[in-house]
Design a protein around this ligand. Structure first.
Ligand code: PMM
Length: 294
């Protein structure tokens, strides 16, 4: 790793102990993402949106150019590069910490050259055999999500014995394989992959038993924002449009922050920025633990 890359990696908030859960804002430069597809397809609008998320309190902004909605088809690598690179460049130049949401080593590498300092790979290295070596070389923090198959086929893979135990075991295997390929374990963040090859009930189990992911010994990122599992807690009775799930998303952010998550990936940053600060303010202090009055 170069000195500059080491400095960038060290400066990324994902792996820095700040005492509170970090907020990753989402910029999907796609026509078809499930909740915000098409809103940011032009680079200028995507950059403007990313800047707004940073102003709303995002600690970092995640830029993606390929939808992973259930049933989504893959896009050619050139299309993905064309979507994300100007946005990564524009946001990084404005001083925003940028993560690149990609399953492709080529995109991760080009995005890092354009200023991204975190790689967020929903496939945890399974989609592209070149990703492990790429990330090892870049030395950036690497978000390793639990994943079983591409979006077109993922529903057929939502079969588990005990979903939490199976996700922990599969992520542990991923960590072994990635570190064997040269990825620094200290740079890895794990993610249970809410909604990816999981039914709503399975996703709720993972959130309910989030503490069990701590067995992996790595920071935990949770991406539940606007996802379909939240439909059942929306009070409109219809499950709500994706943006009507923002209040539920913020509630999840507060709860998982209190239960040890290091980062939440969300569309509505302002609400979750308040939620994670509320969780931090309510966390027991060492005085509370010793039974001293405040
Ligand atoms: N979910 C989506 C995309 N990228 N990355 C991580 N690490 N975790 C997630 O849960 C995740 C992700 C799909 O949601 P979107 O279409 O709203 O971005």
């Amino acid at each position: 790793m170069t000195v500059a890359a080491r400095r960038r990696a060290a400066a990324t908030p994902l792996l820095t102990a700040t005492g509170r859960c970090q907020v990753m804002g989402i910029v999907n430069v796609t026509p078809d993402s499930f909740s915000d597809g098409g809103a940011c397809l032009e680079a200028d609008r995507a950059i403007e949106h990313g800047l707004r998320l940073a102003a709303d309190g995002a600690d970092l902004v995640d830029v993606g150019g390929e939808s992973t909605r259930p049933g989504a088809r893959r896009v050619p690598v050139e299309v993905e590069l064309g979507r994300v690179l100007p946005v990564v460049r524009g946001l990084a130049a404005a001083g925003v910490v940028v993560s690149i949401d990609t399953m492709r080593a080529r995109v991760a590498e080009a995005a890092a050259a354009a200023g991204a300092t975190v790689v967020n790979d929903v496939s945890g290295g399974l989609a592209d055999p070149a990703m492990a070596r790429c990330v090892a070389h870049l030395g950036t923090p690497y978000v390793v999500m639990h994943w079983r198959a591409h979006s077109e086929r993922m529903h057929a893979h939502a079969r588990y014995g005990d979903v939490v135990a199976d996700v922990v075991a599969e992520l542990a295997l991923r960590l072994d394989r990635l570190t064997a390929a040269g990825v620094n374990l200290d740079r890895i963040v794990v993610d249970p992959g809410i909604g990816f090859a999981k039914t709503a009930a399975q996703s709720w189990h993972l959130l309910r038993r989030l503490e069990e992911l701590a067995a992996l010994g790595r920071p935990i990122l949770v991406g539940a924002s606007r996802k379909s599992l939240l439909a059942e807690v929306v009070t409109s009775g219809t499950g709500g449009t994706p943006s009507e799930r923002d209040a539920a998303t913020a509630a999840v952010s507060a709860i998982v922050a209190m239960r040890g998550a290091s980062c939440v990936r969300v569309h509505d940053v302002a609400a979750s920025a308040v939620a994670v600060r509320t969780a931090a303010a309510m966390a027991p202090t060492s005085r509370d633990r010793q039974g001293e009055p405040g």
